[in-house]
Design a binder for this molecule. Structure first.
Ligand code: B12
Ligand code: SF4
Ligand code: SF4
Length: 331
């Protein structure tokens, strides 16, 4: 990784950054593909992708009118992923535990703010706006425009050196910086279709490089908060009950980057129960523990982590789907 103006590559690495990029383009290059996707209703239950916020994605200036440039960062969760694969712990997606168990929306906002304050030291009229998942911005496209990777057939933004186990976080800025515009990376999937073949619920449209959201295990386990039928093929998964990394785990571009890291799962004492809950207990026992909690108590216990999103009802739906999957494979 290169230095970023006055910030050394080593100081960026210490913030968990794998790479960074720069762009002055506020308009996504793949807008037509997004609009077609919504037209075909492929967002399924994810209403926030098709409602009044849809048109805001046409230009970042709709969200941040002062936009002049963006610094885009790739924040690693490779260590947690390596540990999970080495120990065959695939029940939860690796990003959930990759930031010491903390919800990345909080953890990475702090890191982005600290980078901004360092940049501001030599540019006192610099202002910023953070783009981190929740804004109506096509963030993979932003990272693509910043030269950080290409869209894989699994729709992930893949970086040639670092693979795809990272979260994209950006500083939108009110000034241009003295940084060269990037070289765009078009495609390195070639003839490979490993992700398309491995997806148990057939959610991937490899041609269009997108997914059918209603088929995806990630949608079912993270975004649906009430009792609901699991997508067809859920019983062929590895037992994922919160998020899903299958289409990344089979991607050849993730092999080398993972081989370089030492797998570690770092959780503070306060959250060490997560490891016992997810990887230590039979599902029946976990259902009993969650069932005993009140809605509010359950939310409180998981607050500050990625896991409080679907709430108690959503979690019970996930675990019951796993139980019925196991019953099916036993019979
Ligand atoms: C909605 C959403 C989801 C939904 C829908 C996923 C989806 N593929 O859209 C669900 C809940 C399923 C989901 C799951 C996951 N998500 Co999500 N999600 C988002 C969110 C909030 C919006 C995505 C969006 O706008 N989708 C719209 C559709 C149309 O986009 P798309 O499928 O990528 O389609 C594009 C490609 O087809 C592209 N394209 C295809 N070919 C070509 C060719 C060229 C030349 C070009 C330019 C473009 C192009 O054009 C389309 C439009 O951009 C973003 C954050 C954000 N604000 O952007 C995170 C985000 C995409 N998710 C992220 C992550 C980590 C995940 C999971 C890995 C989590 C998990 N382990 O469970 C999975 C991965 C599933 C998958 N294979 O996509 C990361 C991805 C990081 C990366 N390396 O790409 C993001 C960027 C969050 C972040 N800030 O880091 N997610
Ligand atoms: S996250 Fe899982 S279910 Fe969703 S597209 Fe990838 S492999 Fe398929
Ligand atoms: S598994 Fe193969 S086709 Fe899928 S994203 Fe990776 S390289 Fe591309």
């Amino acid at each position: 990784m290169k230095d970023l103006l006055t910030l050394s590559a080593d100081s960026l690495k210490s913030l968990g950054i794998l790479d960074w990029g720069y762009t002055e383009e506020s308009v996504p290059q793949s807008l037509d593909r997004y609009e077609q996707w919504v037209k075909e209703d492929l967002q399924g239950p994810l209403g926030y992708l098709s409602d009044h916020r849809k048109d805001l994605r046409k230009d970042i200036k709709n969200i941040y009118p002062e936009f002049q440039s963006a610094l885009v960062f790739l924040f690693s969760y490779q260590e947690a992923k390596k540990w999970m694969l080495d120990n065959n712990r695939n029940q939860v997606a690796a990003y959930t535990l990759g930031f010491e168990g903390e919800d990345y929306h909080h953890a990475l906002k702090e890191r982005l703010n600290s980078i901004f304050l360092l940049l501001k030291k030599s540019n006192s009229d610099l202002k910023h706006f953070i783009a981190l998942d929740t804004q109506p911005i096509l963030e993979r496209d932003l990272a693509f425009r910043a030269g950080l990777g290409w869209f894989g057939k699994n729709s992930m933004l893949i970086n040639q050196k670092e693979g795809s186990y990272f979260i994209i976080g950006s500083l939108l800025l009110n000034r241009k910086l003295k940084i060269e515009n990037p070289t765009i990376d078009i495609d390195h999937c070639g003839q490979c279709v490993a992700c398309v073949d491995a997806c148990p619920t057939k959610a991937i449209d490899g041609e269009a490089r997108t997914i059918i959201a209603s088929h995806c295990i990630s949608t079912y386990t993270i975004e649906i908060f009430k009792d609901a039928e699991a997508p067809i093929g859920f019983d062929k998964s590895r037992g994922e009950f919160f998020g899903c990394d299958i289409c990344q785990d089979v991607c050849p571009w993730n092999r080398k980057p993972l081989a370089r890291v030492i797998g570690a799962l770092k959780l503070p004492e306060r959250l060490s129960f997560l490891k016992d809950w997810f990887f230590g207990l039979p599902i029946n026992d976990l259902v009993k523990i969650i069932d005993k909690e009140s809605n509010r108590g359950f939310k409180r216990k998981l607050s500050g982590t990625a896991f409080d999103r679907p709430g108690k009802e959503g979690w019970l739906k996930n675990l019951k789907a796993i139980l019925s999957k196991s019953n099916r494979s036993d019979s």
